[in-house]
Design a binder for this molecule. Sequence first.
Ligand code: ZN
Length: 697
Amino acid sequence: MRTALVYHEDMTAAQLLWEDPECEIERPERLTAALERLRQWGLEQRCLQLAAREASEAELGLVHSPEYVSLLRGTQTLSTRELQALSGQYDAVYFHPSTFHCARLAVGAALQLVDAVLTGAVHNGLALVRPPGHHSQRAAANGFCVFNNVAIAAKYAKQRHGLHRILIVDWDVHHGQGIQYIFEDDPSVLYFSWHRYEHGHFWPYLRESDADAVGQGQGRGFTVNLPWNQVGMGNADYVAAFLHVLLPVAFEFDPELVLISAGFDSAIGDPEGGYHLESLSQSVCMVVKALLGDPALPLSGPMEPHHSALESIQSVRAAQAPHWKSLQQQGSTPILNPSTYSLERRASPVSPGGPKFKAAEAQASAALSSLLDQLHLNPTLPVRTAVALTALDAALVLPADVLRQEGSAPQEETRAWARVHKALAQDKALTALGRVLHLLNGILDGQVSSGIAATPEPAAAPTLDVVIRHSLSHGARRLLCVAVGQLDRPADLADDGSPPPPLLWSGLWRANSSSPPARARSSPLTPRACSLFPGRRNLWLNIRGKEAAAPSMFQVSVPLPGTTGGFVSCVLALVLPLAYGFQPDLVLVALGPAHGLQAPQAALLASLLRGPAGGRVLVLLEQESTSQLAGILARVLQGEAPPGLGPFSMASPEDTQALIYLRGQLEAEWKMLQVAGEAGGARPRLNTGSGGSSSPQ
Ligand code: ZN
């Protein structure tokens, strides 16, 4: 089993014993509702289930003072009145006679998960716990948090398992100031938090939750705060923060373990910034699906970050640039005017029961049900990945659950394409093409999520051309092509990426039958409502081009970087922003002649490109590729983590210049490339193809 689920029903025992509107949202149903939904979705059964154990007092002592632990031990015998009085000494906390037991189970669950992952019993896992932990401090409970589960887990991983670099990612809507305080001078633990801040007007109202709090002493640069100063941040904002702040720093840090402080109070459907059971349960399920390797749902909504989000990203990049080379090299701009702080509490704009609250709740329900519709339209497929590899002895290295495809596309279909491309008419090439098309049809029909196919030698370029045309005529609305190596873009694709002229299509269809193939009318690929480019069908991205160039916004070329850092920057700062901005429904990764990628680089590229199109990725490999490369790619398409890239080496000045040049050329149209709130002056606009250009066929 790859994923552990740690839980204990005793953690539902603690509950509020008196009236307190602020505290009543932290209730036992948060666990039972999430667990119930995991069962309903069949996810619990797919996990290794572990019953949580209690953490020992020595383990609690890794973070908390002996006096505080002893105070908590004493709560087991207090009367309700005494519990209420003690609770009043802390900010937004309540105690119950079972709190000590529950909180020790919550810590113990996190420690068991660390053990299970670091001993190799599982790859990853989720501990379903309450009370939560990230606000808890050395000698203080805070914000429903009693013991700092994640902080203790990090200390334990260092002490028990000898780790030296641990990354903590905190995606709760509130700043986890407790974790920050515990590790602020410790360079072995990198703490990253994005949180609602509103210039200090959101709980916990702390100056040190802002972007310029970067840690202290030896720990400077190992606290990374990304404060949101406006509400309503969406997919584009989070993806931008992910690509332009978290991932560059994370790759440079190169952690041995990642701990996620996974609060779900920023999730869609939560009107109070509080604890919405339906939203929480769905969020837990989506995270477990991701841990199990299921492809994530494609993101919806306009892929254009808010101005306020870009200002936050700019601030944190500027504050962290002295500490992280990968942020220096992407052309950091100076920090903006400092925010004006006024840290007094403001009344919540949405009070329960009021008309605004009801409207927010109605909106939330609509958002949640549309998410469920999406899940319905994008079901988990029984077979994630198929391979069609003719010459490779791939059986030796493929995971057992990868489908080895035997069939091929119908002869007429294959031969029709071969008439267009003479190089495909030879026997071996024709057989290989039939298999490629069969696999592609499987993806377009929704029978399989992803695949790897070998292209016939020496016909890699014609095969790619056929795959592009076949995809666009058989249901793919937007196709992203990432071509690595010496592969030319099909000459007759229009500048705007629209499909080739109709003449060729009708000629081809006539070769088979009187009408287009049935698939073209009943494609299972689900359209996404929002795209910035409704009429644009193909984005061509060539890595290992001769030079950095963007003849149009749908045709981009960049040289292959020579270092691991340069490669990571190229993927994070160029490939993925374009990919998420384009919102493709299919991604094609073609490794052509002399592609020059090392196997871990190819794996990272394929793995990250599972994101933008809901896991629909077709990798085309040359027949001469090694079976080892095919095996690694099959694993990442199945959802396994790619192997490490090796020691991190910084991007060369030329590679950095290439990225800065392309960002300058493209960021006016491709907003996901932006890393600052203010664009750096007027730039020449590229050909956006809006004139309905025709191609020179
Ligand atoms: Zn929270």
